[in-house]
Design a protein around this ligand. Structure first.
Ligand SMILES: [Zn+2]
Length: 91
């Protein structure tokens, strides 16, 4: 008899991979549906969110970098300082 590594109940039939709730063992169908699958969905959403945040951060960085380069080309250090002040960047 196999025991569910999450709730400890007997596993009827084939067990399920409990990741990411547990890294080892097998879990029952109820824990799979109620705990493991929701946790996997959360993990996927979290990863998707992280990617989105990284993309936004990169876009902002690229935009400010371009502004600084343009400002340096047109106004020199004064222009660079203006851009830094505008975004409240302290170096
Ligand atoms: Zn269980």
């Amino acid at each position: 008899m196999k025991k569910c590594c999450i709730c400890g109940n007997e596993i009827v039939g084939i067990g399920n991979n409990p990741y990411p709730v547990k890294n080892e063992g097998e879990c029952c169908d109820i824990c799979n549906l109620q705990k493991v699958i929701p946790e996997r969905i959360m993990l996927m959403k979290h990863k998707a969110m992280e990617e989105t945040v990284k993309q936004i951060a990169k876009q902002i960085t690229d935009k400010i970098t371009k502004e600084i380069i343009d400002a340096n080309n047109t106004k020199g250090i004064v222009g660079v300082n203006e851009v830094l002040d505008k975004y409240q960047i302290v170096l």
